[in-house]
Ligand binder design. Structure first.
Ligand code: EPU
Length: 313
């Protein structure tokens, strides 16, 4: 029999492929095996996902979660921009919410945005509907779900200031709505039950369109003048140390322009590492170690990562 001719490794591979296929069977969204994740990150870095799924709606996400659980496979969501995926990629099922892009205006200046809506799109929508409150996020390129999960913020504000409630698909595949009062938010972190954020209600306030637009434009100019927004990056790499700026500290340690391979500490803002072309995750991680060591040596400050590092080396 043909089966008897198989090596152990082949049998194992076939069974893991069967489980992956069962996890994504019958979904209405797109399914891509061996998908290159660098195409799904703002850093343009990252190896292969065993399978990448883009569900078409919230029910599709719930079905996927139930099937992935039944197959006991790992599940990971890409979408945030503060992300570094290692060079050997991610085993199991990776989800992108890129197709969940509906925005709805509800009474009393509330906006509901599906998880895959990009922050720039949401800010554009808020401006057109004369809704104030999201100006602080101008220039953040991530999805609204990614911004909630990490309580994204700038010096003008943070996500927790606007979140009214969150729609989540739990790891049991149930769709639940959580009021913000039940979500502990901290600096660049929201403690949510395990699951996937698929929608967010934001409490904004009625404003004057021209005024909102002006704040957004001024802030975008400030960021364009001070941050390397035209090169692939993952936003700020380190959290700000108490009462200081990681960028200022790294700059003061003389590290602007420091490079490993194609990964470089930005000449424009030292808390950004930019990908000059073909940077690997290994290059970025080596540069991070170099920056951390030099900063601690010169200033005593121990920088903490804001960047989330995932996948296999
Ligand atoms: N500075 C330097 N050298 C640098 C960078 C900054 O001397 O290379 C100095 C600036 O001149 C300024 C001070 O440090 O006096 C603060 O700089 P900036 O206004 O750029 O703010 P930041 O604290 O470095 C924070 C957020 C950014 C956000 C900006 C603008 C964090 C870790 N960083 O940076 O967020 O865009 O404020 O609001 O919270 C991100 O989270 O991904 C991110 C980039």
């Amino acid at each position: 029999m043909a089966r008897q001719g198989r090596t152990h490794a082949q049998t194992r591979q076939t069974s893991s492929q069967r489980r992956l296929a069962a996890a994504v069977a019958g979904l209405r969204g797109t399914v891509q095996f061996d998908a290159l994740l660098k195409d799904y990150t703002s850093f343009r870095i990252g190896g292969l996902a065993d399978v990448l799924v883009e569900p078409v709606d919230v029910e599709d996400v719930a079905r996927l979660v139930r099937q992935v659980r039944a197959q006991r496979l790992p599940l990971f969501v890409v979408g945030g921009t503060n992300l570094l995926i290692r060079d050997k990629g991610i085993r199991g099922v990776v989800v992108s919410l890129g197709k969940l892009r509906t925005i709805k205006e509800e009474p009393d200046a509330v906006l509901y945005a599906e998880g895959g809506v990009g922050m720039p799109t949401l800010i554009g929508y808020a401006i057109r509907h004369s809704l104030a409150g999201l100006e602080w996020a101008a220039g953040i390129p991530g999805t609204v779900a990614g911004c909630v999960v990490m309580n994204a913020g700038t010096r003008l504000g943070e996500m927790k200031d606007s979140v009214k409630a969150v729609r989540l698909v739990t790891m049991q595949g149930e769709i639940v709505d959580l009021p913000a009062s039940k979500i502990p938010f901290a600096y660049r972190r929201a403690t949510l039950p395990p699951g996937i954020v698929v929608g967010v209600w934001l409490q904004l306030k009625a404003g004057v369109r021209a005024e909102i637009e002006k704040v957004v434009k001024d802030y975008l100019h400030y960021r364009r003048d001070t941050q390397p927004l035209t090169l692939p990056s993952a936003g700020c790499v380190f959290k700000n140390p108490p009462k200081d700026s990681a960028g200022r500290v790294i700059d003061a340690a003389g590290l602007k322009g420091a490079q490993v391979g194609d990964a470089q500490v930005s000449e424009k803002h030292a808390n950004f590492i930019v990908n000059q072309g073909q940077a690997s995750a290994k290059d970025v991680l080596a540069l991070i170690r170099k920056v951390r060591a030099a900063v601690t040596r010169k200033t005593g400050v121990k920088l903490e990562l804001e960047l989330k590092v995932v996948g296999q080396a």
